[in-house]
Design a binder for this molecule. Structure first.
Ligand code: PLP
Ligand code: TYF
Length: 395
């Protein structure tokens, strides 16, 4: 039965962690996977999550099945967080929101629904994008192509190229856009650029799929999420995936959401009925614990304030680590990597070549992806010098 099963290559990002774990170098640093680590190099358990979990443990509820679309209190809380309490789309009851298994689960359920709605559509990803975007939309049965995004020369976005590629797309093309903290480049569109992209999406009748996996890591919850409001105000129908993996450090709880903004209440009702089938035929209904944590934190003003403080702490610390790395590189004579401090979110596209990245890994135990991506959120005062030394050695 399994004779013809081929051995698949490891995930380019998660495979790095396996290699890192097997490395015996005492100074090894894992800047591969996108995970925020604290100053001690540990995955944080946020205080707001700790308190919420204590309350949940005390309440000690039985483990019932959730509705197919998830925990109602969670869905309400997340809608308010991403759309804003006074969103006209929410008031019009034309937004479908379901609980998902992380951001990935939201993307997959959305992709399955889109496949059913328009099987011949092409999916356009930014060049480059999160590795799993391509694999996921391919698996859902779509042809996947890219629009220009990263400008290696300019260390920024090839915005004219992006607009030109979107203008050439056929009506109905699904366009995946990173709402903030672009993975892997760290370069985001600014507000005026979003407006121009929105204009093209509307003119060309494209189907936007906003992926917001890092809300709060750029400039804060509100400012990072503002793009969602822009899409609503522009009258677009669109898909939105979100995740609490990073923003609440709930990676393993697999908690996120998929929202679909439709034209009216009736369309939302019909759409929800189809989304429920996608969910039911995959995993029936989502898990309780992550949703209960998030709902508890978001509903309690004190816990919510604690979260915002903790999230702000992570965001500001990442910025300090960026400057810390740039300063250490400058001290070693590398003066052309100041862009690291300008990039946004967890990642830095370092501009290092594949050969340099391999050397970083093999000679110095510093793990980043072959594309030159490094997770700056895994730096700390204890490993900054090691990393700066290693980069200086391979340059
Ligand atoms: N989208 C992007 C752009 C990501 O970087 C990630 C990273 O994990 C995800 C989606 C998936 O999020 P989750 O871990 O919640 O599935
Ligand atoms: O890009 C990253 O590192 C994160 C984590 O298949 C991740 O988004 C990486 C690969 C993957 C799932 C999650």
């Amino acid at each position: 039965l399994f004779d013809a099963v081929e051995l698949a290559p490891a995930d380019p990002i998660l495979g790095l962690t396996e290699a890192y774990n097997a490395d015996t170098n005492p100074n090894k640093v894992n800047l591969g996977v996108g995970v925020y680590l604290d100053e001690q190099g540990k995955l944080p358990l946020l205080e707001c999550v700790h308190i919420a979990e204590q309350r949940l443990a005390e309440a000690s509820k039985p483990k019932a099945y959730l509705p197919i679309d998830g925990m109602p209190a969670y869905r309400d809380a997340v809608r308010e967080l991403v759309f804003g309490a006074d969103s006209s789309a929410l008031a019009d009851k034309r937004v479908v929101t379901v609980e998902s298994l992380g951001g990935t689960g939201a993307l997959k359920v959305g992709a399955d629904l889109l496949k059913q709605m328009n099987p011949s559509a092409t999916v356009l990803l930014s060049d480059p994008s999160w590795e799993n975007h391509r694999a996921l939309f391919n698996r859902a049965g779509f042809r996947v192509d890219t629009y220009r995004y990263y400008d290696a020369e300019a260390k920024g976005i090839d915005f004219e190229g992006m607009l030109a590629d979107l203008r050439l797309a056929d009506a109905g093309t699904i366009v995946v856009l990173h709402a903030c903290c672009h993975n892997p480049t760290g370069y985001d569109l600014v507000a005026e650029q979003w407006d121009q992209v929105i204009e093209v999406l509307r003119e060309r009748n494209l189907v936007p799929f906003l992926d917001m996996a890092y809300q709060g890591f750029g400039f804060g919850l509100e400012r990072d999420g503002a793009v969602v409001g822009r899409f609503v105000e522009a009258g677009l129908e669109f898909f939105l995936s979100t995740s609490f993996s990073k923003s609440l450090s709930l990676y393993g709880e697999r908690i996120g959401s998929l929202s679909i903004v439709t034209a009216d209440e009736d369309a939302a009702k019909r759409t929800l009925s189809q989304v429920k089938i996608c969910i039911r035929t995959n995993y029936s209904n989502p898990a309780t614990h992550g949703a209960a944590i998030v709902a508890t934190v978001l509903a309690d003003p004190e816990l919510r304030a604690t979260w915002e403080r903790e999230l702000g702490g992570m965001r500001e610390r990442i910025k300090q680590l960026r400057t810390g790395l740039v300063q250490r590189l400058e001290a070693r004579g590398i003066t052309d990597m100041g862009f690291i401090a300008e990039q946004i979110g967890m990642f830095s596209y370092s501009g290092l070549t594949k050969a340099q990245m391999v050397e970083l890994r093999e000679k110095h135990g510093v793990y980043g992806t072959d594309t030159g991506r490094m997770c700056v959120a895994a730096l700390n005062d204890g490993n900054l010098d090691t990393v700066a030394d290693a980069i200086a050695a391979v340059r």
